[in-house]
Design a protein around this ligand. Structure first.
Ligand SMILES: C[S@@+](CC[C@H](N)C(=O)[O-])C[C@H]1O[C@@H](n2cnc3c(N)ncnc32)[C@H](O)[C@@H]1O
Length: 248
């Protein structure tokens, strides 16, 4: 557990009880990804933020506590009542609202968010050409968008195949793991947003491996995949953007 407290790299996340984060685990360490992504965003207290694909809620608690924002935690697999219990136990029940919604049928008013963030979820629903335009309806002009998702140093389409060590673990789902350059183009070509940063997280694969090993029931197949890859292809793409005030 001590290896998960890393104040030099993740000062804010390191103040959290790592066993609490582990109890909400659904993949890689969500607070590490969010804290890194936040280096490229500017959230102010009182802003209304959508945490899209918020899962069991660790990132929504973090956003409310660390940045004083009001969060709508929207997720599909996790019932809203379950997430609401996490928010109330963490003392942020008054600032985080749990919503059960599918990402293509969001029950929100147009231009009602100052920021939309998504940690380790966009790969499940956000790669279609039509998705960014749909999502941008809910963001106010000038609002911020930030996303962290499993990423690759090269496109599967460029390789022409899914490398065996990745295919063995995630199969065709790796088609949704894109390079920062892919995401930048995909978003900017719409002229709906201006991308403000797009990068592969430095040593992201090492964080992923460290966290996976620490989980109560570590996934040996994920460990094998990451060890075999050793950062050659795998990591996390972190991308941020602002919604344009007018097209272009
Ligand atoms: C790997 S979990 C990550 C959860 C959380 N962000 C975290 O990092 O702990 C992926 C999340 O994406 C959400 N998700 C997947 N497909 C979705 C969809 N079509 N609409 C809305 N959410 C979806 C799931 O409900 C799940 O909680």
């Amino acid at each position: 557990m001590d290896s998960l407290v890393r104040p030099d790299r993740y000062p804010r996340s390191s103040r959290y009880d790592q066993s609490w984060v582990l109890s909400l685990d659904m993949g890689p360490h969500p607070l590490w990804l969010l804290e890194d992504l936040m280096r490229d965003l500017d959230l102010r207290p009182g802003m209304r933020v959508l945490d899209l694909g918020s899962g069991r809620g660790a990132t929504s608690v973090f956003l409310a506590r660390e940045y004083g924002v009001n969060v709508v935690a929207s997720d599909w697999w996790v019932p809203a009542e379950q997430a609401a219990e996490v928010f109330s136990a963490a003392g942020v029940g008054d600032r985080v609202e749990a919503v059960h919604a599918e990402a293509h049928q969001l029950p929100f008013e147009e231009e009602s968010f100052d920021a939309i963030l998504s940690i380790d979820a966009f790969e499940y629903f956000g790669t279609a050409d039509s998705y960014l335009p749909y999502l941008m309806r809910f963001l106010r002009p000038g609002g911020q968008l930030g996303m962290a998702t499993p990423g690759m140093t090269r496109e599967v389409r460029e390789l022409g195949f899914i490398p065996q060590h990745i295919r063995d673990v995630v199969g065709w789902e790796a088609l949704a793991w894109h390079t920062p350059q892919w995401w930048r183009f995909q978003w900017e070509i719409t002229e709906l947003v201006t991308v403000t940063s797009a990068r592969l997280q430095e040593d992201g694969w090492r964080d992923w491996l460290l966290w996976t090993r620490a989980c109560p029931e570590p996934s040996q197949s994920v460990i094998d995949m990451l060890e075999k890859d050793a950062g050659e292809l795998l990591g996390f793409t972190l991308i941020t953007a602002r919604k344009n005030r007018s097209p272009g």
